[in-house]
Write a protein that binds this ligand. Structure first.
Ligand code: NAP
Length: 243
């Protein structure tokens, strides 16, 4: 896919890094975002067409900074065709012990971060009458999970937000879809105790966690023309854990 530009948040590791590799292999010019700009600079060196990609160290929850970097992207690249909102965190604890800052940081990064990027990108997509937005939620946003009420709220919020954007911007030829992964082998799930991981694997019909590439493959489909008539959808990629 030459001449297309894709923004990926949370590209420094895990799912975002796998998406970056996949899209770079498809000859897409990338804009990689995370708080760690030095790490992104190292990553870019290993990607196909490394000279085509841009990196920015920014906190996705910072509305003004996100607006400034996206303006810079447009000045340098002239367009944004794909936006993949993937950056996310967990601050897991039961509601009884949840501090206000545990709630605020998860909502601000996971949900407001998506708003910030969509809000600042969609005018450019609307002008070009083309764009594909993919937001990474979680099956926890569909089914809830004890100890993750803040995370579940942020991930459910992404789903309602995406469906609304799909309705508002379909007439401008912009699609917006959600991927809801189950458990994926990344730093996020490494924090879980081994016994919990084994119990979850038993509950997953496919009997394994996803690899980051399993999620990147679905992103690859959603940015391709094969998905042109799909919008406002939630694609569950959980190995059958949530059916
Ligand atoms: P991860 O390995 O912990 O990576 C998270 C990414 O988000 C990193 O690149 C991190 O970069 C970035 N990030 C975090 N806070 C940020 C902020 N404030 N501003 C900018 N970037 C920020 O997580 P992952 O497992 O790949 O998860 C990626 C997405 O998939 C998340 O939205 C997560 O909720 C979702 N998900 C994951 C799973 C799973 O089992 N792993 C399941 C369902 C959904 P820096 O630290 O360099 O800033």
């Amino acid at each position: 896919m030459p001449d297309k530009v894709g923004v990926i948040t949370g590209a420094s590791r895990g799912i975002g890094l796998a998406i970056a590799k996949k899209l770079a292999d498809n000859n897409i010019s990338l804009v990689l975002i995370s708080r760690n700009e030095d790490k992104l600079k190292e990553i870019v060196k290993e990607l196909k067409n490394s000279e085509n990609h841009l990196v920015y160290g920014v906190d996705v929850s910072d509305f003004k900074s996100v607006g400034a970097i996206l303006k810079d992207v447009i000045e340098k690249k002239g367009q944004i065709d794909f936006l993949i909102n993937n950056a996310g965190i967990t601050k897991d604890t039961l509601l009884l012990r949840m501090r206000e800052e545990d709630w605020d940081s998860v909502i601000n990064i996971n949900l407001k971060g998506v708003f910030n990027f969509v809000k600042h990108t969609i005018p450019y997509m609307a002008k070009k009458r083309y764009g594909k937005i993919i937001n990474i939620s979680s099956i926890v946003g569909l089914m809830g999970n004890p100890g993750q009420s803040n995370y579940a709220a942020s991930k459910s919020g992404i789903i309602g937000f995406t469906k609304s954007i799909a309705k508002e911007y379909g007439a401008k030829n912009i699609t917006a879809n959600v991927i809801a992964p189950g458990f994926v082998e990344t730093d996020m799930t490494k924090k879980l105790p081994e016994s919990v991981i084994e119990d979850y694997k038993k509950a997953i019909p496919l009997r394994r966690f996803a690899t980051p590439e399993d999620i990147a493959n679905v992103v690859s489909f959603l940015i391709s023309s094969s998905s042109d008539y799909i919008t406002g959808e939630v694609i569950n990629v959980s190995g059958g854990l949530y059916i």
